[in-house]
Design a protein around this ligand. Structure first.
Ligand code: ADP
Ligand code: MG
Length: 142
């Protein structure tokens, strides 16, 4: 399969997010129509969480700031990058605190990044913390 790319930018409005997630899922469905439905659902959840983080925490819902989404389909995997125009955050500190504090794992908030880590195969931030990439392995026949 040839490498296929989907790229979009959206202003920081949660209302736009649903549309963007649907476009991304449509792109996946068009190019990988037999993909396992659970994988598609995982990607939908992770996109929702990480786009919401970029809009809310990154760009502080400032509609003049954009969020950028890029998705690449490869034979065995789906690669996604989400960046915002915010200041970033100390994700290493956040992750180490989260892992050591059992009570925080019970809270309703603060689960987006954990969820993304558990539903994908590889997550990486840029040094500032305003860009996150993830890779999801998929069945090559999907
Ligand atoms: N793009 C981002 N820019 C700045 N801070 C972020 C970003 N994404 C996540 N964060 C920080 O990481 C924390 C944890 O994110 P998350 O696990 O999704 O939980 P929640 O969004 O419910 O707080 C956020 O509360 C925020 O402080
Ligand atoms: Mg979140």
């Amino acid at each position: 399969m040839k490498l296929k790319t989907f790229q979009v930018s959206l202003s920081s409005d949660l209302y736009n997010m649903k549309n963007t997630v649907n476009q991304a899922l449509e792109f996946i469905n068009e190019n990988k129509p037999n993909l396992n439905k659970n994988d598609v659902y995982d990607i939908k959840l992770v996109l929702n969480e990480l786009l919401a983080n970029a809009i809310i925490h990154g760009n502080k819902k400032n509609k003049s700031k954009n969020v950028y989404l890029k998705m690449k389909l490869k034979k065995n995997s789906i690669y996604t990058k989400i960046s915002d125009e915010g200041k970033g955050f100390d994700y290493l500190n956040y992750l180490s605190k989260y892992n050591s504090d059992k009570s925080s794992q019970m809270k309703e908030n603060g689960r987006g990044i954990k969820l993304a880590c558990s539903l994908t195969d590889c997550i990486a931030f840029n040094s500032l913390g305003n860009e996150i990439k993830f890779l999801k392995k998929v069945n090559p026949n999907g």
